[in-house]
Design a protein around this ligand. Structure first.
Ligand code: CA
Length: 216
Protein backbone atom coordinates (compact mmCIF):
# COMPACT_ATOMS: atom_id res chain seq x y z
CA UNK A 1 0.00 0.00 0.00
CA UNK A 2 1.40 3.31 -1.07
CA UNK A 3 0.65 6.53 0.77
CA UNK A 4 1.29 10.12 -0.21
CA UNK A 5 2.02 12.37 2.74
CA UNK A 6 1.75 16.11 2.14
CA UNK A 7 2.83 18.09 5.20
CA UNK A 8 5.05 21.15 5.27
CA UNK A 9 6.08 20.79 8.91
CA UNK A 10 9.31 18.87 8.41
CA UNK A 11 9.38 17.28 11.88
CA UNK A 12 5.75 16.23 11.68
CA UNK A 13 6.27 14.91 8.15
CA UNK A 14 9.24 12.80 9.21
CA UNK A 15 7.55 11.54 12.36
CA UNK A 16 4.36 10.57 10.55
CA UNK A 17 6.28 9.02 7.65
CA UNK A 18 8.26 6.88 10.11
CA UNK A 19 5.06 5.66 11.75
CA UNK A 20 3.45 4.89 8.40
CA UNK A 21 6.51 3.01 7.25
CA UNK A 22 6.59 1.06 10.52
CA UNK A 23 2.97 0.14 9.85
CA UNK A 24 4.00 -1.33 6.52
CA UNK A 25 3.15 1.41 4.08
CA UNK A 26 5.32 2.79 1.34
CA UNK A 27 5.41 6.55 1.82
CA UNK A 28 6.08 9.35 -0.66
CA UNK A 29 6.68 12.66 1.06
CA UNK A 30 5.84 16.14 -0.21
CA UNK A 31 6.45 19.38 1.66
CA UNK A 32 4.33 21.87 -0.27
CA UNK A 33 1.01 21.90 -2.10
CA UNK A 34 2.42 22.07 -5.61
CA UNK A 35 4.73 19.12 -5.14
CA UNK A 36 1.96 17.20 -3.40
CA UNK A 37 -0.55 18.01 -6.12
CA UNK A 38 1.83 16.90 -8.84
CA UNK A 39 2.56 13.57 -7.15
CA UNK A 40 -1.11 12.86 -6.46
CA UNK A 41 -1.96 13.77 -10.03
CA UNK A 42 0.60 11.48 -11.61
CA UNK A 43 1.28 8.59 -9.23
CA UNK A 44 -1.12 5.93 -7.97
CA UNK A 45 -1.75 6.06 -4.23
CA UNK A 46 -3.92 3.92 -2.02
CA UNK A 47 -4.50 6.91 0.22
CA UNK A 48 -3.28 10.44 0.84
CA UNK A 49 -2.62 12.29 4.07
CA UNK A 50 -3.03 15.95 3.17
CA UNK A 51 -2.37 18.91 5.42
CA UNK A 52 -4.78 21.79 4.88
CA UNK A 53 -2.32 24.66 5.46
CA UNK A 54 0.45 24.33 2.88
CA UNK A 55 2.80 26.70 1.05
CA UNK A 56 2.48 27.18 -2.75
CA UNK A 57 -1.01 25.65 -2.91
CA UNK A 58 -3.36 25.05 0.04
CA UNK A 59 -4.69 21.59 0.77
CA UNK A 60 -8.28 22.38 -0.23
CA UNK A 61 -7.17 23.59 -3.67
CA UNK A 62 -4.93 20.56 -4.10
CA UNK A 63 -7.84 18.26 -3.29
CA UNK A 64 -10.35 20.13 -5.46
CA UNK A 65 -7.97 19.88 -8.40
CA UNK A 66 -7.53 16.16 -7.90
CA UNK A 67 -11.25 15.54 -7.69
CA UNK A 68 -11.92 17.63 -10.78
CA UNK A 69 -9.37 15.48 -12.60
CA UNK A 70 -11.13 12.32 -11.32
CA UNK A 71 -8.33 11.40 -8.97
CA UNK A 72 -10.46 9.51 -6.49
CA UNK A 73 -8.00 8.05 -3.99
CA UNK A 74 -9.07 8.34 -0.35
CA UNK A 75 -7.80 11.53 1.24
CA UNK A 76 -7.36 12.09 4.94
CA UNK A 77 -7.03 15.78 5.71
CA UNK A 78 -5.07 17.20 8.59
CA UNK A 79 -6.89 20.25 9.93
CA UNK A 80 -6.15 22.81 12.58
CA UNK A 81 -7.87 22.13 15.86
CA UNK A 82 -11.22 23.89 16.32
CA UNK A 83 -11.32 25.13 12.74
CA UNK A 84 -14.78 23.84 11.92
CA UNK A 85 -14.72 25.77 8.64
CA UNK A 86 -11.64 23.82 7.54
CA UNK A 87 -13.41 20.55 8.23
CA UNK A 88 -16.48 21.57 6.26
CA UNK A 89 -14.34 22.90 3.39
CA UNK A 90 -12.35 19.67 3.38
CA UNK A 91 -15.44 17.49 3.24
CA UNK A 92 -16.92 19.70 0.52
CA UNK A 93 -13.71 19.49 -1.49
CA UNK A 94 -13.91 15.71 -1.41
CA UNK A 95 -11.96 14.67 1.67
CA UNK A 96 -12.92 11.24 2.97
CA UNK A 97 -12.03 11.94 6.55
CA UNK A 98 -10.02 14.31 8.69
CA UNK A 99 -7.94 14.38 11.82
CA UNK A 100 -7.54 17.58 13.80
CA UNK A 101 -4.10 18.62 15.00
CA UNK A 102 -2.62 17.80 17.39
CA UNK A 103 -3.41 14.15 16.82
CA UNK A 104 -2.31 10.77 18.04
CA UNK A 105 -0.45 8.92 15.31
CA UNK A 106 -2.59 5.87 16.12
CA UNK A 107 -5.70 7.78 15.12
CA UNK A 108 -4.20 8.70 11.75
CA UNK A 109 -3.25 5.06 11.19
CA UNK A 110 -6.68 3.78 12.20
CA UNK A 111 -8.47 6.25 9.97
CA UNK A 112 -6.20 5.46 7.06
CA UNK A 113 -6.86 1.75 7.46
CA UNK A 114 -10.57 2.43 7.43
CA UNK A 115 -10.30 4.65 4.35
CA UNK A 116 -8.33 2.07 2.46
CA UNK A 117 -10.75 -0.65 3.50
CA UNK A 118 -13.68 1.43 2.41
CA UNK A 119 -12.01 2.30 -0.85
CA UNK A 120 -11.56 -1.39 -1.52
CA UNK A 121 -15.26 -1.96 -0.90
CA UNK A 122 -16.24 1.04 -2.98
CA UNK A 123 -13.91 1.13 -5.95
CA UNK A 124 -15.78 4.08 -7.43
CA UNK A 125 -16.72 7.34 -5.76
CA UNK A 126 -20.13 5.84 -5.08
CA UNK A 127 -21.29 4.57 -1.73
CA UNK A 128 -24.18 2.15 -1.70
CA UNK A 129 -26.68 1.55 1.08
CA UNK A 130 -29.27 -0.94 -0.07
CA UNK A 131 -31.19 0.64 -2.94
CA UNK A 132 -29.61 4.04 -2.26
CA UNK A 133 -26.48 5.16 -4.07
CA UNK A 134 -24.57 8.26 -3.09
CA UNK A 135 -22.33 9.61 -5.83
CA UNK A 136 -19.76 11.60 -3.90
CA UNK A 137 -18.18 12.97 -7.05
CA UNK A 138 -21.37 14.36 -8.51
CA UNK A 139 -23.02 15.02 -5.14
CA UNK A 140 -26.06 13.10 -6.31
CA UNK A 141 -28.26 10.48 -4.76
CA UNK A 142 -30.24 7.81 -6.53
CA UNK A 143 -32.65 5.18 -5.24
CA UNK A 144 -33.17 2.09 -7.39
CA UNK A 145 -31.32 4.01 -10.09
CA UNK A 146 -33.69 6.99 -10.03
CA UNK A 147 -32.40 10.42 -8.95
CA UNK A 148 -33.66 11.71 -5.61
CA UNK A 149 -33.73 15.44 -5.08
CA UNK A 150 -32.11 16.43 -1.80
CA UNK A 151 -31.35 19.85 -0.37
CA UNK A 152 -27.68 20.56 0.29
CA UNK A 153 -28.20 20.05 4.04
CA UNK A 154 -29.92 16.73 3.48
CA UNK A 155 -27.20 15.65 1.09
CA UNK A 156 -24.41 16.56 3.48
CA UNK A 157 -26.09 14.78 6.34
CA UNK A 158 -26.65 11.64 4.28
CA UNK A 159 -23.16 11.79 2.84
CA UNK A 160 -21.62 12.11 6.28
CA UNK A 161 -23.63 9.21 7.66
CA UNK A 162 -22.80 7.01 4.68
CA UNK A 163 -19.12 7.91 4.80
CA UNK A 164 -19.29 6.66 8.38
CA UNK A 165 -21.50 3.74 7.56
CA UNK A 166 -22.13 1.37 10.42
CA UNK A 167 -20.81 3.84 12.96
CA UNK A 168 -22.94 5.69 15.46
CA UNK A 169 -22.55 9.41 14.71
CA UNK A 170 -23.53 11.75 17.51
CA UNK A 171 -25.69 14.81 17.01
CA UNK A 172 -22.79 16.95 18.21
CA UNK A 173 -20.46 15.47 15.60
CA UNK A 174 -23.01 16.05 12.86
CA UNK A 175 -23.53 19.64 13.93
CA UNK A 176 -19.77 20.18 14.09
CA UNK A 177 -19.25 18.73 10.63
CA UNK A 178 -22.23 20.06 8.79
CA UNK A 179 -23.10 23.48 10.11
CA UNK A 180 -21.51 26.83 10.72
CA UNK A 181 -20.77 28.13 14.18
CA UNK A 182 -23.95 30.23 14.26
CA UNK A 183 -26.04 27.07 14.09
CA UNK A 184 -28.34 26.77 17.09
CA UNK A 185 -27.10 23.62 18.78
CA UNK A 186 -30.32 23.25 20.74
CA UNK A 187 -32.53 23.26 17.70
CA UNK A 188 -34.02 20.04 16.42
CA UNK A 189 -32.87 20.62 12.84
CA UNK A 190 -30.85 17.42 12.64
CA UNK A 191 -33.92 15.41 13.65
CA UNK A 192 -35.95 17.23 11.03
CA UNK A 193 -33.43 16.44 8.28
CA UNK A 194 -33.15 12.80 9.37
CA UNK A 195 -36.94 12.59 9.16
CA UNK A 196 -36.93 14.06 5.66
CA UNK A 197 -34.23 11.66 4.49
CA UNK A 198 -36.20 8.70 5.83
CA UNK A 199 -39.26 9.94 3.98
CA UNK A 200 -37.46 10.67 0.70
CA UNK A 201 -35.38 7.48 0.77
CA UNK A 202 -36.54 4.71 3.07
CA UNK A 203 -37.37 4.64 6.79
CA UNK A 204 -34.75 2.07 7.87
CA UNK A 205 -31.88 3.83 6.13
CA UNK A 206 -31.03 5.87 9.22
CA UNK A 207 -31.35 4.27 12.62
CA UNK A 208 -31.75 6.34 15.77
CA UNK A 209 -29.46 5.03 18.50
CA UNK A 210 -31.13 6.37 21.61
CA UNK A 211 -28.94 8.75 23.57
CA UNK A 212 -26.01 8.32 21.19
CA UNK A 213 -26.93 9.51 17.74
CA UNK A 214 -27.60 8.05 14.33
CA UNK A 215 -26.33 5.18 12.28
CA UNK A 216 -26.76 4.53 8.57
CA1 CA B 1 0.86 23.10 7.53
Amino acid sequence: MRILLVEDDKDLNRQLADSLESAGYVVDKAFDGEEGHFLGDTEPYDAVVLDIGLPEMDGITVLENWRQANRNMPVLMLTARDRWSDKVAGIDAGADDYVAKPFHTEEVLARLRALIRRAAGHASAEIEAGPVTLDTKQSRVTMNGKPVKLTSHEYRLLSYLLHHRGEVVSRTELIEHLYDQDFDKDSNTIEVFVGRLRKKLYPDLIETVRGLGYRA
